[in-house]
Design a binder for this molecule. Structure first.
Ligand SMILES: O=C(O)CCC(=O)C(=O)O
Length: 315
């Protein structure tokens, strides 16, 4: 579990890259309770790379002071974005429009040829595949977005996932179609952006605000399990739910470890969304991708905050 140095970049440790496997092993092979596993992995990650926490906290000062969006994110666990919030996303989607259409068409064809295991949510492009869609990748690490995430965590986080998701028409009710909170850490941030317009018929991402989610989770003692609609109804919470319907380019940022949520439910039409996930570098149950392997020239255009977000750092 050492720090590898390749081409002047400090690479994520093996534990950073594969934390979820260590997490599973401790939980299932050694029956260590979840509440012990998380601090153990956090501690090990820190020991393996002790300068990271200080460095990320120091560089976080570059993220600036924040404003109303930050206040809403802290209190409610989510912020909604109109199209005007990230104009560079509009132009990136326009630039890569044909490639995106081809990728979605290919996913549709694969799904049509598949006889079993019809999935309600398919990843069309993931992680370093976005280096082939460079304007989108530039948006993913753009400062306003990364700065909001940095202020939320209080230090520069790591980009742990980028996915273009396609959810086809379906009538299943399973997995992430049921209310749940994510279990990677005590907090994390996911950004969801509509790639094409999303209506109620397209299984929009749906969330419950932080305060009501906190109450349901506290009362039910829920840790990383699904919550039924009936349980949600006991709290009169359905009318508090928010759905991410809207135009292409609109979206939201959500702490999915805090806010109960689901998506891809009851689609009569397909939905395409871009999802980004940011985690604290010590997050116990999440793997950090090897962004540096394919970053190439892309890394040259990044500032200190962005390099830390991709774990590409010249210490
Ligand atoms: O939008 C969806 O289909 C579900 C997403 C979800 O549950 C998640 O990102 O945790």
């Amino acid at each position: 579990m050492s720090i590898d140095t390749v081409a002047g970049h400090v690479q994520p440790t093996r534990l950073m890259r594969n934390a979820s496997a260590y997490h599973r092993m401790l939980r299932h092979r050694f029956a260590v309770p979840r509440k012990l596993v998380n601090p153990v992995i956090r501690g090990l990650k820190h020991i393996c790379n002790p300068s990271q926490t200080g460095k990320r906290t120091e560089v976080a000062k570059l993220a600036g002071a924040g404003g109303e969006a930050d206040r809403q994110l802290s209190s409610d666990g989510y912020v909604l974005f109109g199209r005007e919030a990230f104009p560079e996303l509009q132009s990136a989607l326009e630039t890569h429009r044909d490639e995106l259409l081809d990728l979605v068409r290919a996913a549709e064809e694969r799904a049509m040829n598949k006889t079993a295991n019809k999935q309600m949510l398919t990843t069309v492009v993931r992680n370093d595949g976005f280096f082939d869609l460079p304007d989108i990748m530039k948006f993913v690490v753009s400062r306003p977005l990364v700065d909001l995430a940095t202020r939320y965590f209080g230090r520069v986080p790591v980009l742990t996932s980028v996915s273009l998701w396609w959810s086809p028409p379906n009538d299943s009710m399973q997995q992430s179609q049921l209310y749940h909170c994510d279990g990677e850490d005590a907090r994390q941030l996911k950004f969801f952006f509509n790639v094409s317009d999303v209506t109620a018929e397209q299984g929009p991402f749906t969330l419950l605000p932080g305060e009501i989610s906190d109450r349901i989770r506290a009362a039910k003692g829920i840790v990383a399990r699904k919550v039924t609609d009936e349980e949600v109804a006991e709290f009169g919470a359905h009318e508090k739910s928010l759905t991410l319907t809207g135009k292409a380019g609109e979206g939201a940022c959500v702490d999915t470890c805090r806010c109960l949520h689901y998506g891809s439910r009851g689609n009569s039409k397909a939905r395409v969304v871009l999802m980004l996930r940011f985690n604290d570098h010590l997050a116990p149950n999440v793997d950090i991708p090897d962004w540096h392997v394919r970053a190439g020239d892309f890394a040259g255009g990044l500032d200190d905050v962005q390099k830390l977000v991709l774990g590409i750092q010249t210490d």
